[in-house]
Write a protein of this length. Structure first.
Ligand code: 3AM
Length: 180
């Protein structure tokens, strides 16, 4: 049976994506994200079958939450087994984003998706790194004060992730408006 690899995310508007793309330089060998890949993950779901995917899409349809005014605030690094793994842009403020994350978690629990156990850290991935990538310190120093004007997240997207050579492709499969 075919499965769907799903996650729930927010998509920054075009001027913010342009600002992020303009910051993508200074790490040799980094796999910089392209415009289509830029998102803030609210909740990774993983592989589900077609029926469960339909249940998830339907349950997210009742989401009732305010639109969020946010801003980009700096860059940072996630490591994996002591190695630089990805660089990302921070998104603030935490409280409304965390509240939306919890709301999505609660809705997904209704269709049997176990609650998130990892700490929620709102971020937009800028690049994925492998062992061949160059040092990240110069990038972090140069982009540490990356900032944007305030912008609004006014909808939530359910994405399907397609794993492919050269990185995942993300396809929005449903869109849920947030309250103005
Ligand atoms: O939004 P970012 O780029 O941080 O790394 C994956 C990506 O995160 C993450 O979900 C987002 C969309 O693919 N992801 C992939 N597998 C995951 C897993 N098993 C995961 N997050 C948590 N657990």
């Amino acid at each position: 049976m075919s499965t769907h690899r799903l996650f729930v995310a927010l998509r920054p508007p075009p001027p913010i994506r342009s600002l992020l793309i303009a910051a993508m330089h200074g790490i040799s060998g980094a796999r910089w994200q392209d415009d289509d890949q830029l998102h803030l993950t609210l909740r990774f779901i993983g592989e589900v079958d077609h029926h469960r995917a339909e249940d998830i899409a339907a349950t997210l349809g009742v989401i009732h939450a305010p639109a969020i005014t946010a801003r980009i605030a700096g860059t940072s690094l996630f490591e994996h087994r002591g190695q630089p793994h990805m660089v990302w842009a921070g998104v603030e403020p935490l409280a409304p984003l965390a509240a939306l994350h919890r709301k999505v978690d609660q809705l997904l629990a209704r269709v049997g998706i176990a609650p998130e156990t990892r700490a929620f850290m709102p971020h937009i991935t800028l690049a994925r790194l492998n062992r061949a990538a160059g040092p990240v310190a110069p990038f972090l120093a140069q982009s540490g004060d990356l900032a944007s004007p305030p912008f609004v997240f006014d909808h939530v997207l359910l994405y399907e992730s397609e794993l492919a050579h050269g990185g995942a492709r993300y396809h929005p499969v449903a869109r849920y408006p947030l309250d103005a």
